[in-house]
Design a protein around this ligand. Structure first.
Ligand SMILES: [Zn+2]
Length: 338
């Protein structure tokens, strides 16, 4: 979740008719889980078996940092950055690294307007240390978390103060872009792009570059919603649902499909970029942590059945058949209600 939506003021006229605000990640649960899984297939051989064997954990825990927001007041600003609040052309002018940022901005400002690119670097440091210590549980913990924050850094609406379209009369846009569109469109997207994890010489520069790219999409995200809404009465754009005695307003499938048709390729590209970057950051952390032997950290080595299953799964990933082979875990979890 981008913010504590429960604290948003609702318009007086619709106190009983609000958007369904999903308890979801920067991306929704579906995408956060999917990008962590896809990153596994982009890793080099020395990392492959360890990450593959632990993929269920990495996928299930992908949304955890959002859940943590409910109990940790320090968590929220780690997921976004309101670039407008940091001044003109902040995406190009802000320091690449946290130590310089805290010299330039008061801590209150950073806490209020967010600092996801710095959080990515902080967690990358923790993961690197976990590798250095050969600490299996911490490697997995920080890998899952790092995947989450990298995913958030790639979401356009995580880089703007107009994070839910609330300043332009487009409230609800946040979950539309990051949850509803992937939900209707993802099964038609290619999830294989041939990327292999690369070493990042300057992770700070790389994550800032991702934030700039995401921020460059904000206008499209807003404008295409306006275009899709043209000539579409609210009765076609929205539908109402009653839950727990309360009436909710959400987008109709027709509207989501229309919006996805206009913008879907860019959502798709951001999903793939996220997965690629997660693999790059995991790999870089492993290299910086001294390239520990991960196979020796497996609780149980891969047996014959594991190796067969791994082979089938990697082939499905390579051939872009994860969805049709029912190997995309986020979809399995969605259908089993996990
Ligand atoms: Zn998040």
């Amino acid at each position: 979740m981008r913010r504590n939506f429960s604290r948003l003021k609702l318009p007086f006229f619709s106190v009983s008719m609000v958007f369904i605000l999903l308890i979801c990640g920067g991306w929704g649960f579906l995408v956060h889980r999917t990008i962590n899984q896809l990153a596994v297939y982009r890793l080099p051989r020395p990392m492959r078996d360890f990450y593959w064997k632990n993929r269920t954990y990495l996928v299930q825990q992908a949304p955890r940092p959002d859940v943590r927001r409910n109990s940790d007041p320090r968590e929220a600003p780690r997921h976004f950055i309101d670039l407008e609040a940091y001044g003109d052309s902040a995406a190009w002018k802000m320091p690449l690294h946290w130590d310089d940022a805290v010299r330039q901005y008061p801590m209150d400002t950073l806490r209020k307007y967010g600092y996801v690119p710095y959080e990515v670097q902080r967690v990358k440091g923790l993961l690197t240390e976990a590798f250095r210590l050969r600490d299996r549980d911490s490697i997995l913990f920080y890998s899952a978390d790092l995947g989450h924050y990298i995913g958030d850094a790639n979401v356009p609406l995580h880089s703007t103060i107009n994070y839910d379209g609330q300043l332009t009369g487009q409230r609800g846009l946040h979950s539309l872009w990051e949850s509803a569109v992937p939900d209707v469109a993802m099964d038609g997207w290619s999830l294989h792009d041939g990327h292999r994890a690369q070493y990042l010489g300057d992770p700070g520069a790389v994550i800032w570059s991702a934030v700039r790219r995401a921020n460059g999409l904000v206008n499209d995200v807003l404008e295409e919603e306006l275009e899709a809404s043209k000539g579409m009465p609210d009765s076609v754009k929205y539908h109402k649902e009653r839950r727990n005695g309360r009436e909710y307003r959400t987008y109709t499938r027709r509207f989501v499909q229309d919006y996805a048709g206009r913008l879907g390729a860019r959502v798709h590209e951001q999903l793939l970029s996220s997965a690629d970057l997660i693999a790059d950051f995991w790999y870089t952390s492993w290299v910086d942590g001294g390239k520990p032997d991960l196979d020796s950290l497996l609780v149980t080595p891969l047996d014959k059945g594991d190796r067969r299953a791994r082979k089938v799964e990697f082939k499905a990933a390579r051939k872009d058949r994860l969805v049709t082979s029912r190997l995309l875990m986020a979809r399995q979890q969605a259908t089993t209600g996990d």
